[in-house]
Design a protein around this ligand. Structure first.
Ligand code: GUN
Ligand code: ZN
Length: 467
């Protein structure tokens, strides 16, 4: 039986392949829009419902208030599913030791791992995160549970076990020897990278693997050298790299100071770029490439941003987390002007929101509050771009999803404002400009700001209703 479908509602998406600076010109708003999905889950047609071609007229129709592309979360910690709002922290390094390392140690227990994986996937379904770069657990049993649950749910997940070969006593349960770290990552790649494609080679992969050193303070020069070698071997197979970069800048005792002191490097990024020996001299291969996503990058030097851009690596921007941990504000204009793709990350559990549109709303306020001339009012189309298409680009899967361009796989959210009265009020009763284009942007802005979980009434990945 054919599973072809029409989805009908107010369509918003960023068409084509713009960058954030030009996203506004690519905003499509179709107040009575239709997205036709064929029985392979591919978008066959998009436009105003009044113009629907005759050939689709008999297909079943699902209607919602709004249709958005699925949200992409470019940085989220699966082992921290229960750690949102963990108290007893301080800034990054204290929070890791006091709250996070002990919480993550619990995933060694297979029953706990199974439960947290199921809950993590449920949360993603609730908030419409159709694709994510998932910072993984140290424990293979938990990674197996995560990938299995993700495949069963039909979500897109890139993940890898969090690698730690060095750290404070609280991190001990998460640490392995140098040799074991590499063996475990290699085994994870063999087991899970593109696993579903082995069964159905004609489809895109729903699960893929990343090499995930937790951050430079959890590794050694030996680890980074060995990971560089491994990456050289597997990068052509599309294996990813994911880590944290330049998050906490507390003078003297913060993360960045500690990285520079530990490795004696000029810039934090050097440690991921093969330049991890004293004086930023080369010690191995770079971990940077178009499938590399670095979370935070709050305090980068211009040279580091230029290097990320040249390598076509991306930044996962996590403003809710940066507020919670007092990490500071990633300079929006300076970062995007450097030409780096900036996608959005919840960074759960330092980030206290699972819903990407909440992270976008926080980002709006944070960047409006940047000092002096750096203050910027990010436009509605730029916000939508950052939470959808930029994420697909950061994952190097823009050809597959991220918007409603014909030929892409259908990842979409059905949103019904009446399921959440505050949103309903803002949509139905908010003031709108007479100018139609501005009014559409005002509606999109109200939608992204006011959206909460209850209003997400359905989630579709690759044309399949996953919720
Ligand atoms: N840096 C190293 N580990 C972590 C983590 O778990 N969360 C955040 N926000 N930063 C980190
Ligand atoms: Zn993080």
């Amino acid at each position: 039986m054919s599973s072809a479908q029409i989805y009908r509602g107010h369509v918003f998406h960023i068409a084509g392949a713009p960058d954030v600076q030009t996203a506004d010109h690519h905003l499509v708003s179709l107040p009575d829009g239709a997205v036709v999905v064929d029985d392979e889950g591919v978008i066959a047609w998009v436009g105003s419902a009044a113009d629907l071609p005759e050939q689709y007229a008999a297909l079943p129709v699902t209607t919602a208030g709004f249709l958005l592309p699925g949200f992409v979360d470019a940085h989220i910690h699966f082992p921290q599913t229960y750690s949102v709002g963990a108290y007893g922290g301080g800034q990054l390094l204290e929070w890791l030791e006091n709250c996070i390392f002990p919480a993550e140690a619990r995933l060694a227990d297979p029953a706990f791992a199974e439960k947290i994986a199921a809950d993590f996937i449920d949360r993603r379904l609730s908030v419409g995160t159709t694709a994510a770069m998932v910072f993984g657990s140290a424990f293979p049993v938990a990674q197996d549970a995560l990938f299995s649950a993700s495949l069963a749910a039909g979500l897109r997940t890139v993940s890898g076990r969090g690698i730690q070969t060095s750290g404070p006593p609280a991190a001990k349960p998460l640490m392995t020897s140098e040799a074991e770290a590499i063996e475990l990552v290699a085994a994870e790649i063999e087991c899970w990278h593109g696993r579903d494609v082995l069964v159905r080679p004609e489809r895109s992969a729903l699960v893929q693997v990343a090499i995930v050193p937790r951050f430079s303070l959890s590794t050694t020069t030996e680890t980074l050298a060995a990971l560089g070698e491994l990456y050289e071997d597997v990068r052509d197979r599309g294996v990813y790299v994911h880590s944290h970069l330049s998050e906490n800048n507390r003078p003297g005792t913060g993360e960045i100071a500690a990285v520079r002191a530990t490795y004696d490097v000029e810039h934090y990024l050097d440690t991921y770029d093969g330049l991890f020996m004293p004086g930023s001299t080369r010690g191995g291969s770079s971990l940077l490439g178009r499938r590399t996503i670095m979370a935070h990058a709050v305090h980068c030097h211009d040279d580091e941003l230029a290097r990320l851009a040249a390598a076509e690596a991306s930044i996962a921007h996590c403003p809710t987390s940066q507020l919670f941990l007092g990490s500071g504000t990633m300079p929006w204009r300076r970062t995007i002007d450097a030409g780096v793709t900036v996608a959005m990350g919840t960074d759960v559990g330092a980030g206290d929101e699972w819903l990407i549109s909440r992270v976008l709303a926080a980002g709006y306020g944070v960047h409006m509050t940047e000092p002096g001339d750096a203050a910027v009012s990010i436009g509605p189309a730029e916000l939508l771009f950052s939470g959808t298409l930029a994420g697909a680009r950061a994952l190097d899967q823009e050809q597959l999803f991220g918007n409603f361009d014909v030929g892409k796989e259908a990842d979409l959210l059905l949103i019904d404002p009446e399921r959440f009265p505050a949103l309903d009020g803002a949509i139905a009763g908010g003031i709108r400009a007479d100018d139609e284009d501005l009014a559409a942007r005002q509606t999109l802005f109200a939608l992204l700001n006011g959206l909460r979980e209850p209003a997400i009434s359905g989630v579709v990945v690759r044309g399949r209703r996953v919720r």
